[in-house]
Design a protein around this ligand. Structure first.
Ligand code: ATP
Ligand code: MG
Length: 456
């Protein structure tokens, strides 16, 4: 399919590794990208900037995805205009970002991101424009440059294709077309240096490989395992955003496998990584099943929430923390509460989970032991709980990974469909109903109040 889309494009000359400053210009007649496929607003932004005398192109993910016949997530524009000049050209625009200053042009709910051509950081730039940490990481990236320089500072060759909506030409400075055709994710420039400048590029390599089904080119792949720990220096809020893009874009399971293969999972989820070492089969099963379910829901157009996914990713890490606290003499119920609290705050040091997700995440966990307690009116009250559905789905997920729950998931599946008489009987049978036989009632009381994931 890809080959067919690009079959008319002549093969670029020279090795893909070589730094080039003259773009290969591919005329509209030799590629499959048509401006109608772009957002109308993106075309408007490019045209208005060009009319104002600036250079302007659609660039990055939208060009790459459209060449591959994938629906772009958003439309990025690159221009010779400074953010202030973009701001002056569009009344409906706003300047954002400190690390990377750019303009957002608003059209109702759609935002077109407009970035000024930038250069890679060389000595001549002032500290105010560009800052690097001791490890070489870019802390600020506001040195403006030429069209050519902008191409060289981009991460991957497939992300450095510039589409001129007016002429229909694609400008390819880095042999991106070659790599699209050969399905390769290849860094521009020297891989170690590019990862040092921004370690998130390692995650982006895996993300594009996962999303597009591409290979990571061997020189781009080689340094990742040893450089993966550099991710510890990245702000946790940025990593949280990256994790969502990695795991909640429809290819989560495959992307997780790549993250794990390249040792990029441990810096993001250190506790889960330890759980994988402790109990590989169970932990990998629950993580991969949660991601498979998420991928399936996305494919069906159903909503997905990071709360459920994070609850699943961290659940296998809970038992060890509970055990540690119990060994220190903390009783079971407070040990579960404290373990959950500690695990969550530790995780937030790596990926900052906003409260709107961490609160429902805790609720999903807290409801797990409550699903076991079904006596009297408790089962009916549970059904009314706003998080019942998520908690029930979570129970089924735990069971699918092999946790032993004595058929609890099946019981709740039947209970939801049962009529009032059947429900009364089901509650009596589990031994919780006041009219039920004494023996089973007392057995229900003796049940542990908290289910332990360690029971799996
Ligand atoms: P998608 O939008 O589908 O996630 P994308 O390639 O458009 O993919 P964005 O994060 O929207 O990714 O970035 C737009 C473009 O900006 C990229 O295609 C790339 O050229 C450049 N870019 C983004 N992040 C980096 C980075 N960390 N280092 C270098 N270039 C980057
Ligand atoms: Mg994009």
């Amino acid at each position: 399919m890809i080959r067919k889309l690009l079959q008319k494009i002549p093969s670029p000359f020279g090795s893909p590794q070589r730094k080039r400053t003259t773009p290969t210009v591919i005329p509209a007649s030799q590629h499959s990208l048509r401006r109608e496929r772009l957002s109308r607003h993106a075309v408007t932004v490019v045209e208005r900037l060009q009319q104002a005398g600036y250079q302007a192109f659609a660039v990055g993910g939208c060009v790459r995805d459209l060449l591959l016949n994938v629906e772009p997530k958003d439309f990025d524009i690159a221009t010779s205009a400074t953010p202030e000049q973009v701001r002056a050209t569009f009344r409906n625009s706003r300047l954002i970002g400190r690390r990377f200053k750019l303009a957002h042009v608003h059209f109702g709910r759609e935002i077109i991101e407009v970035a000024t051509f930038r250069t890679n950081h060389e000595e001549e730039t002032s500290a105010e424009q560009s800052r690097q940490s001791e490890s070489g990481r870019l802390l600020r990236d506001n040195v403006y440059g030429t069209f050519e320089q902008d191409a060289q500072r981009r991460d991957f060759t497939i992300n450095a294709l510039y589409y001129d909506v007016t002429s229909g030409q694609i400008h390819d400075f880095a042999n991106g077309i070659h790599d699209i055709r050969n399905q390769q994710v290849r860094l521009i420039g020297q891989p170690e240096k590019r990862y040092q400048e921004d370690p998130v590029r390692m995650l982006r390599a895996v993300r594009f490989a996962g999303k597009l089904g591409f290979e990571i080119e061997q020189h781009t792949a080689a340094p990742i395992e040893s450089m993966a720990p550099l991710l510890h220096d990245i702000p946790a809020a940025r990593l949280f955003d990256e994790v969502l893009k990695l795991l909640m874009s429809g290819q989560g399971q495959h992307t997780f496998d790549l993250l794990y293969q390249y040792d990029l999972f441990a810096p993001l989820f250190p506790d889960t990584d330890e759980a994988i070492i402790d109990r590989p089969e169970y932990t990998l099963k629950i993580v991969r099943q949660a991601l498979a379910n998420t991928d399936e829901r996305i494919a069906q157009g159903k909503p997905v929430t990071p709360a459920f996914l994070f609850a699943a990713l961290l659940w296998p890490a809970l038992p060890q923390r509970v055990r540690d606290l119990e060994e220190q003499g903390v009783p079971s119920i407070p040990a579960h509460q404290q373990a959950a609290q500690e695990l969550l705050s530790e995780q937030c040091r790596h990926t900052a989970i906003p409260k709107r997700f961490s609160i429902p995440m805790r609720e999903i966990w807290d409801l797990q032991p409550r699903l076991e307690r079904r006596s009297g009116r408790r089962a009916d009250q549970m059904l009314e709980h706003p998080r019942f559905r998520a908690a029930y789905d979570f129970l089924l997920l735990r069971e699918s990974a092999g946790e032993q729950t004595d058929g609890l998931g099946d019981w709740w599946t039947r209970y939801q469909d049962a009529n009032p008489d059947e429900r009364r009987r089901m509650v009596r049978e589990v031994g919780g109903d006041k009219s039920g036989p004494k023996r089973s009632r007392s057995r229900a009381r003796r049940k542990p109040r908290n289910s332990k994931p360690s029971d799996a």
